[in-house]
Ligand binder design. Structure first.
Ligand code: NAD
Length: 511
């Protein structure tokens, strides 16, 4: 069995070691989950929610400890660890505590006239064992929030956290254990993609994956072979559109935060900024001014953290190299060839103009602290540029004309749009979260995010007092009356006498 090293990317120091889960453990973990499922699914939801409350209180009590681990394992500023990771998670816990019972309640639905005298309702049953596979950029919230969404309806969960931030996987494991979740209800498998693939192959009942498109496709393929459902939360290249009637200072501050928070390692990062020509020059000046105020240092008050993962640093540098070679202008930043010899995880923010669609930095996910700004002259052009991408996760529109902003939002090919804001649609647990095009398949969060992990069972109830039904045997002589019934009921106007006459005939013929 190997060991995963937790390395603080800001210092390069090993801060913890986490024992890998062996591949041979996978069948045992699946068996444990299946055994635990028998008990967990039968608990009334209120009892399951007691565990959620205990976890929420534990998180609040251990806030500093959690922030410390998340900040040091992923290289985040503490403010980003407490807001984007902890705050979103406790908010999600509270949301499930408040609304879970209602979403999962058995619901009576209407029964059509064709099924006269019967009742219909929907029961939400858990799927069984849900596999959650999570990435390194928000290693806490992107693991815990889907875990909770699956647990609330009575599923058991196996989490395969990212091997790049193993200490956070260990933290999650200990928090669920401390909150007292029953044995086998929540298990954490520590390891690399090979372990993830082995878990996928072990036939869980559902998979929620967050990560790259490349891995998402592999998982989708393996899941299809076993007819397992998946939700895939994948990459982005999010556009921001700034109209000339926007609050420009707000738009500039929003663009800088949206592009640089978490060092730009956000699936919903602002990666392409389209600005109306008439305000382009002042907007660039505002961006420069805002960038000059930022602090990047090793301190609790730093605005900018460090990158988390060396291969991602290499991608960002390659995108910068390619852009500069093709004529991009560096308005802010110190990027030059020497960056490629430096193995530091601390990347300075870069502001680029004169960027074009043939540059990697404008078409592929960069996932780094870079702002790319392009002017546009009309609403149509802005929408065309924003939609000209294989991705569609989130987008932002800045304008004081809310009707225009809503109109543009409706035209954008994306899973979410923030109007006069950036990124934060994720933080509202009432809103569905997910992408279109290559940014993913399916949604979680919101009502749909709870129902996602259930099998909606349809129940049709007849009191069972009649000996037969009109559509049962015998068929002899019934055809004309069914025709009369359909014509009378579904034609231009409902003709009740004709409908009832046909129905009575059918009843008679059924005796
Ligand atoms: P990744 O695809 O490399 O890894 C994600 C997870 O999948 C890790 O836990 C990894 O061990 C596991 N994995 C790797 N190969 C596997 C396999 N064959 N079978 C099963 N599991 C396997 O992604 P990453 O580099 O960790 O994350 C960054 C990516 O995630 C970025 O592209 C980012 O845009 C995306 N992301 C998307 C969202 C979203 O919600 N849409 C959120 C955050 C990150």
């Amino acid at each position: 069995m190997g060991t995963l090293m937790a390395i603080n990317p800001a210092t390069g120091k090993v801060i913890d070691e986490v024992e890998e889960t062996s591949l041979e453990m996978v069948p045992e973990m699946m068996a444990q989950a299946r055994e635990a499922f028998e008990g967990w699914k039968t608990l009334p939801i209120r009892e399951r929610l007691h565990y959620f409350k205990r976890l929420r209180l534990l998180l609040v009590q251990e806030l500093d400890h959690c922030v410390e681990i998340i900040a040091s394992d992923a290289g985040k500023p503490k403010v980003e660890a407490i807001t984007a990771e902890l705050l979103t998670t406790v908010e999600s816990l509270r949301h499930l505590e408040k609304h879970g019972e209602d979403v999962l309640r058995t619901k009576k639905v209407k029964t059509p006239l064709a099924l006269l005298g019967k009742k219909s309702y929907i029961v939400h049953e858990p799927k069984g064992t849900v596999l959650i596979i999570s990435p390194w950029n928000y290693p806490f919230s992107l693991a815990v929030i889907p875990m909770l969404s699956a647990l609330v309806s009575g599923n058991c969960v196996i989490l395969k956290p990212s091997e790049i931030t193993p200490m956070i996987g260990k933290l999650i494991q200990s928090l669920f254990a401390k909150a007292g979740f029953p044995d086998g209800t929540v298990q954490v498998a520590h390891g690399s993609g090979e372990l993830g693939a082995r878990l996928v192959a072990a036939s869980p009942n559902y998979i929620l994956f967050t990560g790259s498109i490349k891995t998402g496709k592999k998982i989708q393929k393996a899941a299809a072979e076993q007819l397992i459902g998946t939700t895939l939360e994948l990459s982005g290249k999010d556009p921001m559109i700034v109209f000339d009637d926007a609050h420009l200072e707000r738009a500039a501050k929003g663009a800088v935060w949206g592009a640089l928070t978490n060092s730009g390692q956000v699936c919903m990062s602002v990666e392409r900024i389209y600005v109306q020509q008439s305000v382009y020059a002042p907007f660039i000046e505002l961006l420069k001014k805002e960038l000059n105020t930022l602090r990047q240092e090793i301190s609790d008050d730093t605005d900018l953290g460090v990158m988390t993962f060396a291969p991602q640093v290499a991608i960002v540098k390659e995108h910068l190299r390619d852009a500069m070679e093709k004529g991009a202008i560096q308005e802010v930043g110190s990027y030059d060839e020497s960056w490629h010899e430096n193995d530091s995880f601390r990347l300075e923010p870069v502001l680029l103009t004169n960027v074009t669609e043939d540059m990697k930095i404008m078409s592929e996910e960069t996932f780094g602290p870079v702002l790319c700004v392009v002017p546009f002259s009309s609403e149509d052009e802005a929408v065309r540029c924003a939609n000209d991408s294989e991705f569609g996760l989130n987008a932002s529109v800045f304008s004081k004309d809310i009707e225009k902003a809503k109109r543009v939002a409706a035209r954008l090919e994306t899973g979410a749009v923030c109007i006069n804001d950036v990124v934060v649609s994720f933080a509202n647990p009432h809103l569905p979260f997910g992408g279109v095009k290559n940014s993913g398949l399916g949604r979680y969060h919101g009502r749909a995010g709870i129902e996602l992990f259930t099998e909606p069972k349809a129940i049709l109830l007849d009191e069972g007092k009649k000996a037969t039904e009109v559509n049962w045997y015998p068929y002899a002589g019934k055809y004309p009356y069914f025709k009369q019934l359909i014509t009378a009921y579904y034609g231009k106007r409902i003709q009740w006498p004709s409908f009832l006459a046909a129905y009575r005939k059918l009843l008679k013929k059924s005796q």
